[in-house]
Design a protein around this ligand. Sequence first.
Ligand code: SF4
Length: 492
Amino acid sequence: MTAARMVGMAMRHQRAVGWPRRINPHIRRLYINAVRMRFDPMLGGGSGDGKLLKAIWDELNEKPATYLDVPLFRTYMERMTQLQITEKLAILADAAKYDASCASSGTVKRSSSKTGGIGSTEGMGICHAYAPDGRCISLLKILLTNSCIFDCHYCINRKSSNVRRAKFTAKEVVDLALNFYKRNYIEGLFLSSGIIKSSNYTMEQMVEVARSLREDHDFRGYIHLKTIPDADPELLEAAGRHADRLSINVELPTRAGLAALAPEKSQDRIEGAMGGLKTSILDGKDAKKKYRSAPNFAPAGQSTQMIVGADAATDSDIVRRANGLYDQFGLRRVYYSAFSPIPDASAVLPMQRPPLMREHRLYQSDWLMRFYGFAPQEVVDAAEPNGMLPLDIDPKLAWALKHRAQFPVDVNSAPKAMLWRVPGLGTKAVQSILRARRWRRLRLEDVGRLTVSITKIRPFLIADGWSPGGLTDMEHLRAMVAPKVEQLELFA
Ligand code: SF4
């Protein structure tokens, strides 16, 4: 194509979109260039310089009030919605993988595409959550859009990131969820989003998805909405009326970390919104007790997510923060997401991701506080002097090794709370021990049948015919009970 034809095309396009008089001349020039170079605005690059397009897009997003009714802006939005649904799904399901809403992430990559086998661990889009009755349910996990007017350093979707962008309309998400549901692929929806135009505008779109599913289609499946703390409280209220669970990300464990890595976010605003949700959830429960017909408000409660390893916060800082969040806002879960380096990362971020095992140890410490009766300070006591939990052993074993004076405990007489503290004994094993010892005295072999590693248990237990003697106080006990390096045990 000749230069003259390209310019002609740009001018025709300019007339077709009804060029606005008040548009910034800089934007006008950029746009003419973009058309001349045949950019695909939403594919972020195409045949030319993607940065040029980004400059236009950022300018539009930064001043949405100025450009909202500008045909150019609408043109971009239209181009965006013209992307094929499957293409959008690939982009927006992949972009949602950083939301740690489920426990199915973190495995190794496997694909059968080249082997002729079956199955893959690489595809995104479906995650799992647990229903109140313990059932594991599959959720369609997507973003409404991966465009964002914020520039959080750690986020692949931040304004300055050079990634392909896409956006679903509310109706498209509703149709996708219903189609997948009817095909039995999913039982619910997890919806998150970057922020486009404004927090309120984005939240309205998300609420519309949940409203339409519930009211227009009588959808009874699970809905989890990731909410935007800066949105109006009325919109968060509306979200809670339709969703089972709401979540607001605290993002980083410390105020300083948030200020450094997500300067447009505010811990006070985030916590204010979480406090508002807590009140609404409690009010909803009270109303439900009095009147069976009272509407539900987020019956599965609220949760949050913290990024681990992007700032200088130690595991002790994270454990204290998580505990504070559980206490203050009555959270159902705090999810941890190990920071993963992103393309064109900001210089303020670490070059390497933290070990995945760190995220796992934090989840284990979370379980110790929620299910094993450990106080937050006791979990912090399990950490090394630098405030980090050991990676080679789980936090319960680390705590036991530091508090050997409290062991061994007698499996035939110790109270439940003390049995919970024995490394290697989970809550189910303790329950079985309590049941069994009503009828007979237990030997070490009996306990061994309830646990994965008898080696780990022996120094900390007395049973019929077994006493660890000096084993509990041996200098090299840690080396004896630590799992071999290649064994990464998942549960204490
Ligand atoms: S607001 Fe959310 S989507 Fe936007 S840059 Fe920050 S973390 Fe990413």
